[in-house]
Design a protein. Structure first.
Ligand code: GLU
Length: 432
């Protein structure tokens, strides 16, 4: 199983003419494109394309009404060639197994892009956390933890927050795991509260990593971040922190949005005011001093930097041609389809792919895990400085690979990361 690096352009798989929005098939198309560039052996492709381990569990939970409700949850470990599986846990009504499989695969490439000693995993529970009480969420989380307990652990698989889970969720997982194995185990999850072995800088890490990547992208595009215009789709953990950090760099936040819609102000939105407003009203919609804008219109706004920071498949063949941003930085996982990638590249839009643009989260998760295992904690300054080093180095490695292979940054990042995982797989060899 030798790995060559010369591309064979005619052999690059053609993307199906009608767009398929199944995230797992999209993840496999992205992988296949890189595998062709790397001329990977067919057997090795089969190994890297498959999920190493898939667990589906039913989670009986006592609701506040006294009734029992059974939720379905998943944990998928895509690959563990370079280290323990790593990746978040998502609570959302639209979670599917294929989505979790895709997200797990993206984690493998993400940890390899920034060169962390991890594989990739993801978990999800089909539920509507906005309609559940804290007690219901706690009971569901603890039972889910006990169901997946045999396959997680600091050296096996380390969950973290993702969509609609947070540091409190991680504290419940850490506690349940520790009680069940009989010892305090800080390193079983990351994204924990600071009081429980969490790392300083973790809560802003996804957004801060995105900022570092965009700073490098701005140099390539000759854009001055000071005064640059920014539109952010999604105002959760990543989106709201990105708005704050970009505003601190004196960029102008033209528009922000959440699941209920968006708001716009050509003179700029104050992210701190928006956060306070959302805390009170549950949405940014209706914020004083702004006009209303739909999520669709926000994506096609004329701006320098567009940051999709919510869910998958928001930039597709339907709107890619209409995107007017000069840089698209994917704070979300999987927001752009392979068809849309090609359209953006043709238009000269610089897309910083998810596995690089949002890798700041898992990078500081890695720092947290390393601190937990050492029992020795770093200052916030140290965390942010090391994060900057990791993201900027990865940006330049991806950019260099992109240039060498005459492609766009998504495929460049895939060639770099798939190549690293392939190398690890080959040097480990096959058991038995
Ligand atoms: N859920 C985040 C992601 O998609 C963080 C994963 C982690 O920290 O392990 O990258």
């Amino acid at each position: 199983m030798a790995i060559a690096t010369k591309p064979a352009p005619q052999a690059i798989p053609r993307i199906a003419p009608r767009e398929d929005l199944n995230p797992y098939r999209i993840a496999q198309i992205q992988f296949d494109i890189a595998a062709e560039h790397l001329k990977l052996d067919q057997g090795l492709r089969q190994i890297l394309r498959a999920s190493k381990r898939v667990m589906e569990v039913s989670i009986p939970t006592k609701m506040d009404s006294g009734q029992v409700k059974v939720f379905t949850g998943y944990r998928v470990q895509h690959n563990i060639a370079r280290g323990p599986a790593k990746g978040g846990l998502r609570y959302h009504p639209n979670v599917t197994l294929d989505e979790v499989r895709a997200l797990a695969m993206w984690m493998t490439w993400k940890t390899a892009t920034v060169n962390l000693p991890y594989g990739g995993a993801k978990g999800g529970v089909i539920c509507d956390p906005k309609r559940m009480s804290k007690g219901e969420l706690e009971r569901m989380t603890r039972r889910f933890t006990s169901e997946i307990l045999p396959i997680i652990g600091p050296g096996r698989d380390v969950p973290a927050p993702d969509v609609y889970t947070d540091s409190q969720t991680m504290a419940w997982i850490m506690d349940t795991y520790s009680v069940m194995v009989g010892e305090a185990t800080l390193g079983v999850v990351t994204g924990k509260p600071i009081s429980l072995g969490g790392s300083l800088g973790r809560s802003d890490a996804t957004a801060r990593g995105c900022l570092f990547a965009v700073e490098e992208a701005c140099k390539l595009k000759r854009i001055n971040l000071r005064g640059a215009t920014v539109a952010i789709q999604g105002f959760g953990n990543a989106g709201s922190a990105a708005a704050r950090l970009f505003a601190e760099k004196k960029a102008r936040i033209l528009a922000i949005s959440d699941s209920r819609g968006g708001v716009f102000n050509s003179r700029g939105i104050d992210p701190l005011k928006a956060m306070r407003y959302k805390e009170r009203s549950g949405t940014v919609v209706g914020m004083p001093g702004t006009s209303r804008i739909s999520n669709d219109d926000l994506l096609t706004l004329k701006c320098d930097i567009l940051i999709p920071a919510a869910l998958e498949n928001v930039i597709t063949l339907n709107n890619a041609e209409l995107i007017k941003a000069r840089i698209v930085a994917e704070a979300a996982n999987g927001p752009t389809t392979p068809h849309a990638d090609e359209v953006l590249a043709r238009k000269g839009v610089l897309l910083v792919p998810d596995i690089l643009a949002n890798a700041g989260g898992v990078t500081v998760s890695y720092f947290e895990w390393a601190q937990d295992l050492q029992g020795y904690f770093w200052t916030e300054g140290e965390v942010n400085l090391r994060l900057e080093t990791v993201i900027k180095r990865a940006f330049h490695e991806v950019h260099e690979t992109t240039r060498k292979h005459h492609t766009h940054m998504r495929t460049g990042a895939y060639i770099l990361s798939v190549g690293r995982v392939a190398d690890a797989t080959l040097v480990r060899g096959l058991y038995p």
